[in-house]
Design a protein around this ligand. Structure first.
Ligand code: HEM
Length: 548
């Protein structure tokens, strides 16, 4: 046995050399592992190993970007519609970084994903991050049991009797809008020729004023105030919507800890640093806009909580949605029932109503005006139906508006053809067979709202045409929940659907009764943005004339 001194000399030498060698091995090992992961993710999995290879679809595309360029350069939902036409009702598309997504259009499959097994197919993390940042971590982002409880607490506020009672609240903003458009036209040198007006901007203001009134009992009056703080903040935020910015956001959101970082005071206080990098500049604008929106939302909520603190038995209490939620929470707290929303959750709901209920309805209205401007015959028929009603009563109530044939057909047809939310995503929460193919846990499922809404197998050969009267005799293949997906289906279906449709009807009815709409110039084409919501990129200029 060698003496201990020799042993210690030996181990010291080995240790020393290991100390020198180990970092190289570690770095080399790390490099090899990263290279292997990259090779596996980008090449081996999508091209040779994935069980989804048997699902038909377009070519895989470039190794890094896949079909992503086609997706973001095309109109939202249109490349997917072409792929379904070419490859059938189940399509596999490889997106960026080798990530596969499946598109299913058959009612049975959509029922499984959205309705019967909705808990096993949650919204994917990246979508929850985007929605949570701009629309609060409320109903739009919670999943499973928490979602069930929150939705149960909120459903009564969206009941039909409550919405009926709210309809009259729409009319002050609507009448403001009609007056402003009249003034704008009268300000022209030749008022009879009308005026080209960016209608999306006005739809955004009127829907902001209506949602603030009906959801919070809060008067924003952005229609009369061009520099309204809330409306300017949303404008800044919504102008960031582009395929490129969303892709960058998804990339950043995949970094662990991103949610905490982006919602921290530090990120807001240092936002000017991000403005210096072209990649992070949109983040700086978004942080600034969200800070302003959160500040105003907190004020609205504080006013509500103060208002309703003593209102448990007050029959004259306000009927806006937030008042109902605050009163319901107070009642739950009083009887110590199981589930009550925390202050933070209430705050998130304020952001959710603003984020989910404002721009979607504005885009829906703008697209409806676009379709009518390009279909004069349908516009005339609608006006014929509306004129006598408005001559009788300038504030028609819920029941009157609900049952009008042309008004209903035009709104539903517009939401079908140009849905403000053209697609959404789910993720396979477990490995399971869908349409006979083993779909690995984690696979992205593209919910093809615009594709299904215009699928010829359901809607017939004229599926892509604007024909409002089709809602009077729906095709045989139509199923109420899964043929028209604009508000999707199942437990995550839009809670504001009835409210949105009623609001669109009230605004549109008043506009069509008072004005005529035409394209702003010859050859004008629609310019939908390809992002989370589909708004007109050009803010929809239309020629607006008084209807006398
Ligand atoms: C034309 C207008 C609207 C359209 C097209 C629309 C569409 C949608 C869609 C497609 C979803 C499902 C998103 C997903 O699961 O990924 C959704 C969810 C939701 N919408 Fe709407 N929406 C509209 C108006 C509104 C309004 C006015 C409100 C409320 C004031 C609202 C509140 C919500 C909420 C809270 C959710 C989440 C529901 C849940 O997960 O339980 N929406 N909406």
């Amino acid at each position: 046995m060698p003496p201990p001194s020799v042993l210690s000399d030996f181990s010291a030498t080995v240790g020393e050399s290991l100390l020198h060698v180990r970092p190289i091995y570690i770095v080399a090992g790390l490099c090899a592992w990263i290279s292997w992961r990259i090779l596996y993710r980008l090449v081996l999995w999508p091209r040779f190993l994935s069980p989804l290879r048997i699902v038909p679809g377009p070519p895989l595309g470039g190794i890094i970007a896949g079909q992503f360029p086609a997706i973001i350069q095309g109109e939202a939902g249109i490349p997917q519609r072409e792929w379904v036409k070419q490859h059938g009702s189940a399509v596999r598309v490889v997106g960026p970084l080798g990530i596969e997504r499946l598109i299913y259009t058959k009612a049975d499959t959509l029922h499984k994903i959205l309705v019967s097994e909705w808990m096993e197919h949650p919204r994917p993390g990246f979508l929850r991050e985007i929605l949570g940042f701009v629309a609060g971590y409320g109903l739009l982002t919670v999943t499973g049991t928490e979602h069930k409880q929150m939705r149960k607490a909120m459903n009564p506020a969206f009941s039909i009797p409550n919405l009926m009672a709210q309809t009259d609240m729409y009319y002050d903003p609507i009448h403001n809008l009609v007056r402003i458009l009249n003034e704008q036209i009268d300000g022209e040198t030749e008022p009879s020729k009308g005026k080209v007006i960016h209608m999306y901007e006005w739809m955004s203001k009127v829907t902001l004023d209506i949602i603030c009134e009906t959801a919070f009992g809060y008067r924003t009056d952005s229609l009369n105030n061009p520099h309204n703080a809330l409306s300017e903040a949303y404008e800044d935020l919504l102008n960031l919507q582009s395929g490129k910015n969303i892709a960058e956001f998804i990339l950043l959101a995949s970094i662990p800890g991103f949610k905490r970082f982006i919602n921290s005071d530090w990120a807001y206080n240092h936002r000017h640093w991000f403005a210096k990098s072209s990649l992070l500049a949109p983040m700086s604008i978004a942080l600034d806009a969200m800070h302003r929106i959160k500040k105003i939302s907190a004020e609205m909520l504080a006013e509500k909580t103060k208002d309703n603190a003593v209102a448990l038995s007050d029959t004259e209490a306000k009927r806006d949605i937030m008042s109902l939620l605050v009163r319901a929470r107070n009642a739950d707290l009083a009887i110590k029932s199981g589930y009550t929303m925390t202050d933070q959750q209430m705050m998130d709901q304020v952001l959710t109503f603003l984020g989910a209920g404002h721009e979607t309805t504005a885009s829906g209205l703008a697209w409806t005006l676009w379709l009518l401007a390009n279909n004069k015959g349908h516009q005339d028929e609608l006006r014929k139906e509306l004129k006598p009603i408005f001559e009788n009563n300038p504030r028609p109530e819920y029941r009157t508006l609900k049952d009008l044939t042309w008004l209903d057909g035009v709104v539903m047809e517009s939401l079908r053809l140009l849905p403000p939310v053209p697609m959404t995503f789910r993720q396979a929460g477990k490995t399971d067979y869908i349409e006979g193919v083993l779909v690995p846990k984690g696979t992205m499922l593209y919910i093809p709202i615009r594709v299904v809404n215009t699928w010829k197998e359901i809607w017939g050969e004229d599926a892509e045409e604007f024909r409002p009267l089709r809602w009077q005799s729906l095709p045989k293949a139509y199923t109420p929940t899964l043929s028209f997906l604009s508000f999707i289906a199942g437990p995550h279906a839009c809670i504001g659907k009835t409210m949105a449709v009623m609001e669109m009807k009230a605004v549109l009815a008043a506009l069509i009764a008072n004005f005529e709409f035409e394209p702003a110039y010859e050859g004008q084409v629609a310019q939908p943005t390809a992002a989370v919501t589909m708004k007109p990129a050009d803010h929809m200029p239309l020629r607006v004339k008084r209807f006398l």
